[in-house]
Design a protein around this ligand. Sequence first.
Ligand code: ZN
Ligand code: CU
Length: 483
Amino acid sequence: MTNTLIRGGTVIDGTGGPRRLADVVVAGDRIVGVGERLSAARVIEADGLVVSPGFIDAHTHDDQALIATPELAPKVSQGVTTVIAGNCGISLAPLTLMGHPPAPLDLMGGSEVFRYPHFGDYVGALEAAPPAVNAALLVGHSTLRVEVMDRTDRPATEREITAMRKRIGEAMQAGAIGFSTGLDYPPSAAAPTAEVIALARAARAEGGMYCTHMRNYDDRAKEALDEAVAIGKAADVSVVVSHYVCGGNAWPGVCRESMIWMADAMRVHDVGYDGYPYVGSSSSLIPEYLPNNDKIIVSWSGPHPEMAGRTLADVARSWGCDEEAAALRLAPAGAVYFGRNEAEVREAIATPTMMFGSDGIPLHPRPHPRLWGTFPRVLGHYARDVGLFPLETAVHRMTGMTAKRFGLADRGVVRVGAFADLVLWDPATIIDRATYEDPEQPAAGVVAVMVNGREVWRDGRATGDLPGRVLRRSAGNGSLIGV
Ligand code: ZN
Ligand code: CU
């Protein structure tokens, strides 16, 4: 086994502690040395570069991309070495489908991608043909509802809850880290709190956690957060609130208040949250989401792929109909929504307890730029250029904090004994280049990326190596472990 020395870099170790000059030695899949004047057979010069833990994308929809595009260039090019998949109630498994998947499940693809009747089949597929990055997997509520229920516009019956609980237990045993919901989407919106509690308990019984796209993020965001906390308490389960940037131009002040609500929630329960650094948001194009946006850009459409990149207003005008009718005609479809402002985004992402997660949707033909840009944008734009927080804080919120929250042992930190998930980047030049107009652009300034001790990205391109693993949650009792 050839040891690798990363020489002369500035280590930002993921704990939030101050940067320091240090060499790092990697042997096999682990870090075996951090210190001065170390040596090894193979050397990577890191003069002038930061050496940090690989970034952990706290919120992704990469489930199908891990299978279909295992090199995962949008993530690896940013320095991401681990993704949390299965968010917002949407997981690939356990589900098989005949017709087109209902929104938002269709952001994974058509019925052909839902081909894992058991969660273990999906885990097995990933382990048989690994991706470039590590993946920690959630099992999704909407997926379970579509699998188990004949119609999803009503609460689940006792029998259906039992069937879903059984599948959650199996998913946990197959390697899932927890359960996720998307309570403002049609397949799950009809689920009462009690249904979610019963399901979250099944995940908790196997050491799992609970991640939620809440029922609401604007006028009823407080109620929705209260519900998330109530579910967490009733199921005695650790909670992550997804993409917690609330409010929008139609609800002035909600974003600021929402951060106070979150601080309160964190005092009474084990709650964390993630967010991404953009004004625009992105989701399925459904009539429910149309109001209160300044602008909506169509990101994909099944029947009308030629409309991708145009605004919904423009499409409606050329079809001579209103926007709701245009949305229905474009469906199944996805969109980028502009309904909030820069001040709100800064207010939210400046809070020191927010983890960073891209919420990128990799299979959209014109994806939201967060897919390729989230982490370099936080580091280069918001930390370095705008000065919202120090680089050490930014790194901690995309590494050590995230590993601890999701129970990923020996990840998210540069120290002897930790896994060698590492990224070398230039603090002077790192920046996102993906834009709304041209979203599939790798970031600048990411020099090398290592996953489990193997290089997956070097000097602007993927190496082709695929060393990723399915990560289990290490806290068997559902409580938090230290990094
Ligand atoms: Zn979501
Ligand atoms: Cu999401």
